[in-house]
Design a protein around this ligand. Structure first.
Ligand code: RUB
Length: 327
């Protein structure tokens, strides 16, 4: 099967970051699987599964770090493969796929609602919050805190090189939350005025380390030094089952043109080596709490969350839907 052009276009948009943020990437991938299931003309179950498999692998190829992407794909494929094993027919498989996709998206939306409510309770009236990058979960918490009548203000780092902080600032302004945009390197300068740092996550490892936009660990270090609380907001589908068995979360390196576009690359810099890692790892020691839809946990409880929420995904035959392995 050829990948349909509209799905190919979505994969391109994820790679170029027109579609970005761990939650949105996962939901978009699941919508693609749903669309493939709905339009499939497969007569045999194995043909149907092959079609889903090709698209799943194409999507996994787009961005390697956000573990929400393989977890979302495995959520769907686990249910489809189980149904196949039970001997269900093609119509039933199609139905099960669509249902699993709808269920994942519904759960993801509900998770954000719960995280917003739980997280907002941890924000006090008058708090000054610092955030880095753009996270749907973080914006949802800040909006909920405001809706609870808490007066808050935010420092948003601009987030080089792609300036996702501007998006955060825009969304906060739209919600009448006072926000000050700062350069990433000013985060330590302002840290003493900050009560809490709140960031999202692309992946949470079994030891409670959090992978998020490059620069997050630097902000965490500054928070640690200033004894400022450091909170992470992450749905449980961002927890990485592979890290239990010692896999490392792959850090995406993006094109150097994002840092040094050809039109500004001066002659003197021609051919210069540029590195552009998109994410970094914040160790659990710098994290006070992780806010999930199941409640607030210390980073040390990440392993338990993985075991409870993602158990079947690890132990069943879904290793191939991973961004950690060549397959
Ligand atoms: C986005 C990023 C966000 C997390 C969480 O990186 O690091 O903090 O994905 O976002 P990029 P959300 O812009 O490279 O995708 O809470 O929306 O899932």
């Amino acid at each position: 099967m050829m990948i349909p052009p509209d799905i190919e276009e979505i994969a391109r948009k994820i790679k170029t970051m027109e579609i970005r943020g761990a939650a949105l990437i996962a939901e978009t991938a699941v919508s693609c699987l749903k669309s493939i299931a709905e339009r499939s003309r497969a007569k045999e179950t194995n043909e149907f599964i092959k079609e889903l498999d090709i698209v799943a692998r194409r999507l996994l190829d787009t961005r390697p770090t956000a573990v929400s992407l393989p977890n979302a794909i495995r959520y769907v494929m686990y249910r489809v493969l189980q149904a196949e094993e039970r001997g269900e027919g093609i119509d039933s498989l199609r139905e099960i796929t669509v249902k699993a996709c709808d269920e994942f998206i519904k759960n993801a939306k509900e998770a954000i609602g719960k995280i917003a409510e739980i997280g907002a309770r941890r924000i006090s009236d008058g708090d000054v919050i610092m955030t880095h990058c753009h996270s749907t979960a973080v914006v949802a918490i800040l909006k909920a805190a405001k809706a609870m009548g808490k007066s808050i203000s935010v420092y948003a780092t601009e987030t080089r090189p792609l300036y996702q902080g501007r998006l955060t600032a825009e969304q906060l302004l739209q919600n009448d939350i006072p926000v000050t945009l700062i350069v990433d390197s000013a985060s330590r300068y302002f840290m003493k005025r900050v009560d809490k740092v709140l960031v999202g996550a692309d992946a949470v490892a079994a030891n409670g380390a959090v992978v998020n936009k490059i620069g997050t660990s630097m902000v965490a270090l500054a928070a640690h030094e200033a004894r400022t609380l450091f909170f992470v907001a992450a749905e449980t589908f961002k927890f990485s089952p592979e890290t239990i068995i010692g896999e490392l979360i792959k850090i995406e390196e993006r094109p150097k043109e994002e840092i040094l576009p050809p039109e500004i690359a001066m002659k003197g810099l021609k051919g210069i080596e540029v590195r552009n890692p998109a994410f970094d790892v914040t160790p659990p020691d710098y994290i006070d709490l992780i806010i999930t839809e199941r409640g607030i946990i210390p980073p040390q409880a990440a392993l338990t969350v993985i075991q409870q929420e993602l158990g079947p995904i690890i132990y069943e035959k879904l290793g191939m839907y991973s961004t950690y392995r060549e397959s």
